[in-house]
Design a binder for this molecule. Structure first.
Ligand SMILES: Cc1cc2nc3c(=O)[nH]c(=O)nc-3n(C[C@H](O)[C@H](O)[C@H](O)COP(=O)(O)OP(=O)(O)OC[C@H]3O[C@@H](n4cnc5c(N)ncnc54)[C@H](O)[C@@H]3O)c2cc1C
Length: 547
């Protein structure tokens, strides 16, 4: 089906042809868990790898991960049990084959990470300390530094990459578009390197295969736990190149991000659900525990249920936050168990041992993305996607906690193996299309984010989505000249537009997609919405039923 009422979306970002180019075997875009793991495995295959990253190597979501990595490492646990928990969270939309790959190969990938130098928390007898998170029916979460798992994962990968002289790292470089050979195969990318001598710094890196590992898209919303680099660039690039993108309507909102004006407002600090797991309560401004009576698990109900409960309080009171009360847990316990959370609230002048913590839902994780098969292959030959940018099928309509770092580790290895099996010689790019592309003004960014939070956030309806679609169409008219902030804004607009189109079409509530006007899951919607941006026909949407 063709999607009506959509603004035209650009098919190319850079107006200028690349002013310079260089060559590598495999180009990896992004330096989080997915990109760096892929680079290290590609090196094991003897390939020359270039990793391009937008700002500094550690600026993606990976280093912010708190809870841990889910993997079957306890002899009493089984891959089948992990698969079962994953599929329950995904509400009928997980691909069972992809889930099997994730849970069966996950333990070996975590052990590899340990051999690489990652240090996880251990029991006094030296065994790995395993904990449990929401939705898991077994203790299977490995963690580091209490609640600083991502920082340790990123550090270990970063060190390993720096030890290898055959991995070239290009920082402060924004990847723009995919280059394709005359036969359609991916053969490189265009990018803008800040500080390079040429006039606008746009160049090309030619490669025999390209791996997208650009992370999430949380920055399409006004409140997100994602860092500023999470602007959906990989999904937008893939759409412009003609790749299939799917499941983008399934955005997980974390119920408890820390609301404060004194720390970074671009990225909200996360207050882990482990704090509620240890007994902290959610209260409204009168001190009432509003989740009691809404769900049998009260504050420990699934993330989407808690996010919806908070959203309803905010809508009825007009406030921008509710509170988390952790005072009864005691200063010593809080400092020892939650050092990261205590540090971030104290930095904003709030002591959780004596004061209430203001919290509200924030966009946290994109379950959908660029569609891949079990080897990370997208619909474009030679283009792979890995990590949060990809939709491998493991998350379905909602991600199970701590499965995303695992997904990056598992599929990065599969991608490297697949590339090594079948790597053609370098091809020259086909001539650049005459269409010069267009970009929107960076000034649209805050308005776009507010509109997405209002109309396509925790709760959606036909009316709210159509209002947001209209606002996005209006913002698309605000054109500008190509430069980094405008390219990013254009990516945000592209991804937001496709997400709203998907959320309007899916007339049901499933997983983390909550439609107020269609409040239950419907059998007829058990399937995926696929999106393809055609150069001539515009955005096309297809519904694919589950097998
Ligand atoms: C606060 C927080 C807590 C979390 N906790 C957990 C947890 O406990 N367990 C878990 O499993 N998951 C957790 N997650 C989710 C998990 O951290 C992410 O899904 C995962 O780290 C994504 O890894 P990635 O490599 O795909 O992307 P990222 O780590 O986000 O890396 C993306 C990279 O791509 C680069 N990039 C983006 N666009 C471009 C471009 N155009 N050009 C060049 N480079 C580009 C970025 O700069 C970055 O280096 C959490 C996420 C957040 C935000």
């Amino acid at each position: 089906m063709h999607v009506a009422d959509l603004p035209e979306l650009p098919r190319r970002l850079a107006a200028a042809d690349p002013g310079w180019n260089e060559t590598t075997d495999v180009l990896v875009v992004g330096s989080g868990v997915a990109g760096l793991t892929a680079a290290l495995h590609l090196r094991e295959q003897g390939l020359h790898v270039t990793v391009v990253t937008k700002v500094n190597i550690d600026d993606g979501s990976t280093r912010w991960a708190q809870g841990g990595i889910a993997a079957v490492l306890d002899p009493l646990d089984t891959p089948a049990a992990h698969a079962n928990d994953t599929e329950i969270a995904g509400v009928g939309l997980c691909d069972p084959a992809a889930v099997r790959v994730l849970v069966e190969e996950g333990p070996a990938r975590v052990r590899e990470l340990i051999r690489l130098g990652a240090s996880f928390d251990r029991n006094p007898d030296g065994s790995l300390m395993l904990t449990r998170e929401g939705g898991h029916r077994a203790d299977r979460i490995v963690h580091a530094g209490g609640d600083a798992t991502g920082a340790e994962v990123q550090r270990a990968l970063h060190d390993a990459v720096h030890r290898d002289p055959w991995i070239r790292l290009v920082e402060h470089a924004l990847v723009l578009d995919l280059l394709r050979a005359p036969d359609g195969r991916a053969c490189g990318i265009t990018l803008h390197v800040l500080g390079e001598g040429s006039e606008d710094g746009v160049g090309a890196i030619l490669a025999r295969a390209v791996v997208l590992a650009t992370g999430g898209m949380g920055q399409i919303y006004a409140s997100t736990t994602n860092p500023s680099v999470s602007t959906g660039d990989g999904v937008a690039l893939a759409l412009r190149a003609g790749a299939v993108v799917t499941d983008v309507e399934f955005v997980q909102f974390h119920p408890t991000s820390f609301v404060t004006s004194t720390v970074n407002s671009v990225q909200r600090p996360l207050i882990s659900e482990a704090l509620r797991g240890e007994g902290a309560h959610l209260v409204d401004e009168t001190g009432k525990r509003f989740m009691v009576g809404q769900h049998e698990l009260a504050e420990l109900a699934p993330r989407d249920v808690v996010a919806k409960g908070i959203h309803r309080v905010l809508r009825s009171t007009g406030a921008d936050h509710v509170y988390l009360d952790a005072r009864h847990l005691g200063r010593d316990f809080l400092e020892q168990r939650f050092p990261t959370i205590v540090a971030s609230t104290r930095a904003a002048g709030i002591d959780p041992a004596t004061e209430l913590i203001p919290v509200a839902p924030a966009a946290h994780y994109a379950s959908g993305g660029v569609r891949t098969d079990l080897h990370g292959r997208t619909s474009i030959p030679g283009l792979y996607a890995c990590g949060e940018v990809a939709c491998t099928g493991v998350h379905g309509a909602n991600r199970l906690a701590s499965n995303s770092l695992l997904e990056g580790l598992v599929f990065a290895r599969r991608i490297a193996d697949d590339i090594a099996r079948d790597l053609p010689p370098q091809a020259d790019p086909a001539p650049t299309p005459a269409d010069p592309g267009w970009v929107v003004s960076p000034a649209v960014r805050p308005e776009l984010q507010r509109s997405m939070t209002r109309g396509a956030g925790v709760l959606r309806s036909a009316d709210s989505l159509s209002a947001t679609a209209k606002e996005l169409a209006r913002l698309a008219e605000q054109r500008d000249t190509p430069r980094n902030a405008a390219w990013e804004a254009t990516n945000l607009l592209t991804v937001a537009t496709v997400l709203v189109a998907a959320a309007r079409t899916r007339r049901e509530t499933r997983g983390c997609h909550w439609r107020e006007d269609f409040p239950v899951a419907e059998d007829e919607w058990r399937g995926h919405l696929l999106h393809l941006l055609d150069r001539k026909a515009g955005l096309a949407q297809t519904f694919e039923e589950m097998a």
